[in-house]
Design a protein. Structure first.
Length: 310
């Protein structure tokens, strides 16, 4: 059964989709349509078309503006194939990334195998070598927004599920509600079989761990869902994220990727935000956005004000 919270989330997505359609005919609807970042004094901050990432981009943009920089925001660009070329060539100067997923993306783009590193330090060391010469990674935040293997409380209680390894108690092939990309990810069914000896298959959903994905496990169409670890729905829907003792899913800390020549004062301002950005803090920011339906900009502003950064 879908809860009231899930209905609100679905309604929010519907409203957002309608707004996107309404704007589709406008030349300004494409965040990249306005060209490159302008003069050298302007810092261009970008984000994925993912609410949590937009909130983080707003945090960076607003603290930079407070420090006296001129900021242009290019938010809701899309996925890496759309925005990464702009970051790599310097058209976007600051972009909140996720270290594990970015590293694997860059390795795959170079025709290499995905990383065997799973820790934050190991991934960041490998990422430093994989990044293009014109950009660099600033220190990661504690906040992580990683893929997860998540189940309903009911299923966890029924089979005493605490870790991914416990999925073997269910038996048979495990259905995983997830985006299509999960099927070929190193931490998807192939990795699940290799590390835990469990066979899984993807029940494709296209909402990045949103209401459709949650509905699939609440209705019993799938046993497991890939829901990002900083998603507010894990708490609001009373879901259980399974532990990963064999490190199937790599660390995925929030990591700012910036132009190599970014002003040191700007880098310091971003670092101040990152020191406050824990996973719990990010979950709460996401809850205010998705459940309370506050805008990314207003959520970010309140957080910065509460922490004396504005």
């Amino acid at each position: 059964m879908i809860t009231a919270t899930t209905r609100r989330l679905a309604a929010t997505i519907a409203v957002a989709s309608a707004a996107a359609i309404a704007l589709a005919g406008c030349s300004s609807s494409d965040p990249l349509s306005s060209g490159s970042g302008g003069d050298s004094k302007t810092i261009v901050v970008g984000s994925q078309a993912y609410p949590s990432n937009e909130i983080i981009a707003e945090l960076y943009a607003q603290v930079l503006e407070h420090e006296g920089f001129t900021v242009t925001k290019k938010l809701n660009i899309g996925q890496r194939k759309a925005y990464w070329p702009e970051v790599a060539k310097g058209s976007i100067n600051v972009f909140p990334e996720y270290n594990g997923n970015l590293l694997n993306y860059l390795l795959q783009e170079d025709g290499k195998d995905t990383t065997t590193e799973t820790t934050t330090d190991g991934i960041n060391s490998a990422l430093k070598s994989a990044l293009p010469s014109d950009v660099k990674a600033l220190p990661s935040a504690d906040a992580s927004d990683a893929d997860t293997y998540t189940v309903t409380q009911e299923l966890a209680d029924k089979y005493d599920l605490k870790s991914i390894a416990d999925l073997s108690k269910i038996g048979g092939t495990i259905s995983i509600a997830a985006n299509p990309e999960f099927a070929t990810a190193a931490y998807g069914p192939t990795g699940l079989k290799a590390k835990y000896g469990i066979t899984g298959e993807v029940n494709q959903q296209n909402d990045s761990g949103g209401p459709l994905t949650i509905k699939a496990i609440q209705d019993g169409d799938s046993q497991v869902a890939d829901i990002y670890s900083a998603s507010a729905s894990i708490k609001t829907e009373k879901l259980v994220t399974l532990e990963d003792p064999k490190h199937l899913v790599p660390a995925n800390n929030v990591t700012p990727i910036v132009s190599k020549d970014l002003d040191s004062k700007a880098a310091d301002a971003i670092a101040k935000v990152n020191k406050l950005l824990t996973t719990d803090a990010l979950i709460e920011l996401n809850r205010q956005n998705s459940v309370d339906q506050k805008s990314a900009a207003s959520v970010a502003k309140a957080f910065l004000q509460d922490n004396d950064l504005l």
